[in-house]
Ligand binder design. Structure first.
Ligand SMILES: Cc1cc2nc3c(=O)[nH]c(=O)nc-3n(C[C@H](O)[C@H](O)[C@H](O)COP(=O)(O)OP(=O)(O)OC[C@H]3O[C@@H](n4cnc5c(N)ncnc54)[C@H](O)[C@@H]3O)c2cc1C
Length: 581
């Protein structure tokens, strides 16, 4: 459906059951639960879907080994259950990830972690083999009834050296366990929205739509793209704006914010995407989960052909406009050097950076790592005036989005006198539906879609990896028309990009390169790719040459300023200079 049509429907839907403000993964999750329960629910985001913390995660779908130190057993158990559910429901994006922990002592942390567990210490203890063994044993115990991955293993010094020869020489042993990673969290979020819209036609979702209150229960929805407005009076409001929750509450009411308890104490985290062959070889197909000099857990693994390394954990007051600073880059590289001392990373090997704010509950803890990663639903009553209660989705990990959405939906449905009759615990997500898992199933899938669309098996293999079984829609969209590869990104085609622009609520070039594809994060994007993409936009959206150039410049500047893609600007200047006669 076109954006104008969605706005048309929004203007007529003035009294929905529920308005969900914020379409990060948690807002999307509760939108799905409410939509599937038959509610008339509207989901809006001031920016693009999954463009806040839900685009900045370390891409781990995990139990959270280190949360055991904080005594968060319930959270770890729930996360492991959700991880296993995601492996089954979204096999196109969520994949098992063998993880290695290099260990440099046997007994470190036994006293420190025990004190911390009993809240008798706020310091960050180092973790020796014994502590790690205890944590991994719990991990295995929690999943023993629904075991989908191998148990953990310990390796002595010689075996560790053989497997990871580049680990620092002080490494005494290592442990390997299994968690999971998500290849395209932004696409997964969008596919849940798409599915909900299809399953309950009464639901509506709009990106670039900012919500503010009037103090009388009515909410103004502002279209950030066209400037038009509409007013809705929902029966219930869910504030799912993550690190912006307190700001949103302020905007919903004219009540002084000082009268309310602060809900969020966000911490910023940054990541680097590094193109270094030696590092890639050193880690192979494993994630390395290690502690740096100050005892902070860092991670690295091969992601989209580069090595993703992170992260930092810095308190921030305002979550808008986050970038990975030079200090953070230096910190991450220094942490990396601590574990791989012989691997040198050149500045130009950092191809992409990203940063975001964890929407953690407000806390006075001296150590950011000790702030709970658990989620809670805070009911503020009719904060926005009128009678609609405002419920805030505070905290939570990406991994637990389904359980969190279910919990909040149940509370809201009870208010509405409705009940949830479905369960999403075993509901396949988007292109995870009927996903061919074995070689034989894949062959059958290729045969069927090849005969329907005329696409080659090689092309379908690429599309299946990229979109799961939604690849069939893409292949259909590309069929029966002249098509050509995208400049410097040959596995994408013009018709494929045009399809994404038209079918996936794409408002601008950034939505496409950052959140509907992996063109930016994989470091694939060049000035020529951007030029190509802008021409496809121009043909689909009727942009004239000036507008096309403006959009291209804006996109290039944004990627350079917010994602460290300075190369795009340098290449562009070089290209311009070489064109001067
Ligand atoms: C550095 C980092 C690493 C992480 N790593 C992991 C990990 O590996 N695994 C894991 O499980 N979790 C991880 N997390 C946590 C996880 O990413 C977050 O908990 C989760 O994405 C939060 O989702 P959310 O929907 O609550 O918030 P967000 O994704 O931030 O969504 C909030 C949305 O609200 C919108 N908004 C704000 N104000 C308004 C308004 N007035 N009107 C309309 N919309 C508005 C914003 O545009 C935004 O899109 C990480 C987080 C960070 C920052």
């Amino acid at each position: 459906m076109e954006r104008d049509d969605i706005w048309g429907r929004l203007k007529q839907n003035t009294a929905p059951d529920v308005l969900v403000i914020g379409a990060g993964i948690n807002g999307i999750s509760v939108f799905r639960e409410l939509g599937l329960a038959g509610a008339n629910v509207i989901l809006v985001d001031a920016a693009d879907y999954c463009s806040g913390a839900s685009a900045a995660l370390s891409r781990m779908v995990h139990g959270g080994l280190r949360y055991l130190e904080n005594g968060e057993f319930r959270l770890v158990q729930e996360s492991l259950m959700e991880r296993n559910a995601l492996l089954a429901n979204a096999p196109h994006y969520v994949k098992p990830l063998p993880t290695s922990i290099p260990i440099s002592s046997y007994f470190d942390g036994v006293i420190g972690s025990t004190l911390r567990f009993f809240r008798l210490s706020q310091s960050q203890p180092r973790r020796g083999a014994l502590m790690i063994k205890a944590g991994l044993t719990f991990y295995d115990l929690f999943t023993r009834k629904n075991k989908v991955m191998p148990s953990h293993q310990f390796f002595g010094k010689a075996a560790t050296r053989q497997k990871f020869p580049q680990y620092r020489p002080e490494t005494l042993c290592s442990a390997t366990y299994y968690d999971a990673s998500v290849t395209q969290p932004e696409r997964l979020g969008f596919e849940i929205i798409e599915q909900t819209l299809a399953e309950n036609p009464a639901t509506l979702a709009l990106n670039y739509t900012h919500a503010t209150g009037r103090g009388d229960g009515e909410i103004i929805l502002n279209d950030e793209l066209s400037g038009q407005q509409t007013i809705v009076k929902p029966k219930a409001i869910i504030n799912a704006t993550g690190a912006w929750i307190d700001f949103t509450n302020d905007a919903l009411t004219d009540e002084a914010s000082s009268l309310r308890k602060r809900l969020i104490g966000g911490t910023k985290g940054s990541h680097l995407m590094i193109d270094n062959e030696e590092l890639r070889k050193a880690i192979g197909d494993h994630m390395v989960y290690f502690e740096n000099e100050e005892g902070r857990v860092c991670i690295l693994f091969t992601y989209q052909g580069l090595v993703l390394v992170g992260s930092t954990d810095i308190r921030v007051e305002n979550p808008t406009g986050m970038i990975c600073t030079q200090e953070e880059q230096d910190y991450i590289l220094k942490s990396l050097e601590g574990i791989f001392p012989d691997i040198k990373i050149a500045p130009e090997q950092i191809r992409f950076t990203f940063a975001g704010v964890r929407p953690l509950p407000h806390s006075n803890s001296a150590i950011n790592g000790q702030i709970s990663r658990d989620h809670s639903c805070v009911d503020l009553g009719p904060l926005a005036g009128g009678s609609a209660p405002v419920r805030c989705m505070v905290g939570g990990k990406w991994t637990t989005f389904r359980a969190f959405g279910e919990q909040v939906a149940d509370a809201v449905l009870a208010d509405l006198g409705m009940k949830r009759t479905h369960s999403t615990l075993d509901a396949r997500i988007g292109g995870g539906a009927a996903y061919p898992q074995t070689e034989a199933q894949r062959r059958r899938w290729y045969q069927a879609v090849m005969s329907e669309t005329g696409a080659s098996q090689q092309r379908l293999k690429t599309l299946l990896e990229r979109y799961g079984t939604k690849a069939r829609d893409v292949a259909f969209a590309c069929a029966d028309q002249p098509d050509q590869p995208l400049a410097d990104a040959e596995t994408y085609t013009h018709a494929e990009i045009a399809h994404l622009i038209n079918a996936e609520h794409v408002a601008n070039m950034l939505d496409l390169v950052l959140r509907r594809t992996t063109l930016a994060i994989s470091g694939t994007l060049t000035t020529d790719t951007l030029e190509d993409i802008s021409r496809i936009f121009a043909s689909q959206r009727g942009w004239d040459e000036n507008l096309r150039q403006d959009h291209t410049t804006e996109t290039r500047n944004y990627l350079s300023a917010y994602h460290g893609m300075k190369q795009l600007i340098e290449d562009h200047i070089e290209m311009e200079t070489s064109n001067v006669p």
